[in-house]
Ligand binder design. Structure first.
Ligand code: FES
Ligand SMILES: [Fe+2]
Length: 412
């Protein structure tokens, strides 16, 4: 149980709030590189701020106030040009730093006023990495986007976005809750299938330890022992808002009551040589069945979303009853509040990367063959996507095609 005050501190994301300021010290994934290649502007709401992400005519990315400084037209409908983004309403032109470069009528009518020099939009840096576009809303100088080793491994990569109608912190608490696996993903799936057979072996032991990039959590089930990789290696609750299990799942705060879930997959291919994927595809996964309006419950992440959103738009933690299984959740809350206090004192919080020499293929503990994770390269063709409902057929087919090609090459 938490005080109402701590609950507010952990869940508010606006500028000037404790966690809003902490989260502004980290880069957040907001779009796919492929998305902006298809259409050069995209509305982005991040940490409660309404913004427009765009790619200008010179190939540079920018992230500006969503609304024009003149009379607030929506810059998502702006015109991209070599020097920046031009408002479609009266033609004011902005660059990636938020400076107003042109005001066609003002400059013709009263050039000596230099009205444009008085105009500035909020502007934030954008970086491309691993097929994603990352935004940083904090103070300069911006740190580096972490370069995780998995980004460089061969495989078929894809990015999946889903919008979940609840506060992001509920999602990240789930990243350090090992007991939900046996219930939400095993026993509930079984019950949904109408299967009354024996339930999944219960967890008998859980452990948590903090390291540079977050927390490792470990678990032993009734049918395993401490030799199991899920105990010896564990899984990573990656600071501040990601789960890493050989794939990434970022819980990105759109605002206090909505989360953009960004999943990044690297599925195995036969053979182990480098593989250049020309473009990392992306898709948007539904969370509700459009016909019935009910939550989708068939896939792993969809099940997680049902649990998080079911806790309410912002879970009322003054009413909960935490037990032994929640030791990780308690640890995570405590550390987030401590790091928010570090930021409030003007310090640098945990896991900010600044040294380019060190930011090279950073490695994380990874379970290779443990229970519940995809086993390396199997002899079988790819299975359907387990994690998210709604994978477009074209992406499943492309993966199968690439897989077959590699399998033929490996055999030859
Ligand atoms: S509202 Fe954008 S130029 Fe007028
Ligand atoms: Fe889960």
């Amino acid at each position: 149980m938490l005080s109402a005050e701590d609950n507010a501190s952990l869940t508010r994301v606006g500028r000037g709030t404790p966690l809003g300021e902490l989260m502004r010290r980290y880069w957040q994934p907001v779009a796919a590189v492929a998305e902006l290649a298809e259409h050069p502007t995209k509305p982005v709401r991040l940490l409660g701020e309404d913004l427009v992400l765009y790619k200008d005519g010179a190939g540079r990315y920018g992230l500006l106030d969503r609304h024009c400084a003149h009379r607030r037209a929506d810059l998502c409908y702006g015109i991209v040009e070599a020097r920046g983004l031009r408002c479609n309403y009266h033609g004011w032109l902005y660059d990636g730093a938020g400076a107003c470069l042109e005001q066609p009528f003002e400059e013709a009518a009263r050039p000596e006023a230099r009205f444009k020099d008085k105009i500035r939009l909020s502007a934030y840096p954008v970086e491309a990495k691993a097929g994603l576009l990352w935004a940083y809303l904090g103070p300069a100088p911006a740190p580096l986007v972490p370069d995780w080793d998995l980004y460089h491994e061969p495989g078929y990569k894809q990015i999946v976005f889903a919008e979940v109608p609840c506060n992001w912190f509920q999602g990240q608490e789930n990243s350090i809750d090992p007991i939900h696996f046996e219930w939400l993903h095993s026993n509930w799936s079984q019950a949904l299938r109408g299967d009354n057979g024996p339930r999944a072996p219960t967890h008998v032991k859980i452990g948590f330890s903090e390291f540079d990039w977050g927390f490792v959590y470990r678990r032993v089930r009734a049918d395993t022992d401490e030799q199991d990789e899920l105990w010896t290696v564990g899984r990573v609750c990656l600071w501040p808002n990601c789960l890493y299990t050989g794939k990434f799942e970022w819980r990105v705060p759109i605002d206090d009551e909505t989360t953009l879930h960004v999943a990044w997959f690297n599925d195995p291919l036969p053979g182990n040589e480098p593989y250049e994927q020309p473009r990392i595809p992306y898709w948007h996964a539904p969370v509700k069945d459009p016909v019935t309006g009910r939550w989708i419950t068939t896939h792993v992440m969809n099940q997680d979303f049902v649990a998080w959103a079911g806790q309410g738009r912002i879970a009322d933690r003054t009413k909960e009853h935490l037990g032994e299984s929640d030791r990780g959740v308690i640890l995570f809350r405590k550390r987030m509040l401590e790091e928010a206090a570090v930021v409030a004192r003007g310090g640098e919080p945990k896991a900010v990367v600044r040294d380019p020499m060190k930011n090279v293929r950073l490695s994380l503990p990874r379970v290779r063959a443990g229970r519940g994770t995809p086993l390396g390269v199997s002899a079988d063709r790819p299975r359907p996507m387990l994690w998210h409902a709604g994978q477009p057929k074209a992406i499943a087919e492309e993966y199968a095609r690439v897989w077959d090609e590699r399998a033929r090459r490996v055999k030859a």
